[in-house]
Ligand binder design. Structure first.
Ligand code: PGA
Length: 251
């Protein structure tokens, strides 16, 4: 059985105080529910506050990025160990905003994923095509390059500990969600690519999330698909009741 995960990506939103309030509301709304694995990814400056609120619940703490080096002269960066010691268990890597706005390459995502795995963090590796790439028929190729590049030379054991998030760029923050069939087609493609890398058994174990305008009213349709194992939620993760309803759609 694959792990089912709902992750909330708060992006650059919420001061530490505001984050504490939202985390408390989420804990109240989700804490008592029988729920899948839930990971909350606040900005770095709010991780301490959110960790304190989540302590003793089944909700976990995640980060939105990290650097691949252990420590040193990397102004503005955060290491895997820093994340671990604050109680973080997962880290989002290669989000399309990191790729497009901060020039993150597959090679960098690969180095970060390896470091996260070695440190004991679960990487949530994001891939996804732009609208232009989809319309020109390059979608499958783009996903293949991102999967091969970002997961290059991972062992089978490491692949099984990795989570993939398929996030079509045209669906992120646009309100234009992929249809369940569109998403399922790419998830199947990703699983085939993973199978080519490490065989069908390993590929069958990898959790693949969908992300891009997931809301309470479209989540259930996506979660019915065989290869969709949860969601990476942006905007809707900032509203406790909305996020709780998405979590509920998975139970
Ligand atoms: P969205 O963002 O849900 O606001 O579209 C998803 C994401 O960027 O992870």
């Amino acid at each position: 059985m694959r792990k089912k995960i709902i992750a909330g990506n708060w992006k650059m939103n919420k001061s530490a105080d505001e984050a504490r309030t939202l985390a408390l509301a989420l804990r109240r709304a989700i804490g008592e529910m029988k729920h899948p694995e839930v990971v909350i990814c606040p900005p770095f400056t709010a991780m301490g506050e959110v960790a304190a609120v989540l302590k003793g619940s089944r909700l976990r703490l995640g980060a939105q990025n990290m650097h691949q080096a252990d420590s040193g002269a990397y102004t503005g960066e955060i290491s895997a160990r820093m994340l671990l010691t604050i109680g973080c268990t997962e880290v989002i890597l290669g989000h399309s905003e990191r790729r497009s706005l901060f020039s993150e390459t597959d090679q960098a995502v690969n180095a970060k994923a390896k470091k996260a795995l070695a440190a004991g963090l679960t990487p949530i590796v994001c891939v996804g095509e732009t609208l232009a790439q989809r319309e020109s028929g390059a979608m499958e190729k783009v996903i293949e390059q991102q999967i091969h590049g970002s997961l290059d030379s991972l062992s089978e054991a490491d692949l099984k500990r990795t989570v993939i998030a398929y996030e079509p760029v045209w669906a992120i923050g646009t309100g234009k969600v992929a249809t369940p069939d569109q998403a399922e087609e790419v998830h199947r493609h990703i699983r085939r690519l993973l199978s080519d890398m490490h065989g069908g058994n390993a590929a069958a174990e990898v959790t693949i999330l969908y992300g891009g305008s997931v809301k309470a009213d479209n989540a259930a349709g996506l979660f019915e698909m065989e290869n969709i194992d949860g969601a990476l939620v942006g905007g809707a993760s900032l509203v406790a009741d909305e996020f709780a309803a998405i979590v509920k759609a998975m139970t």
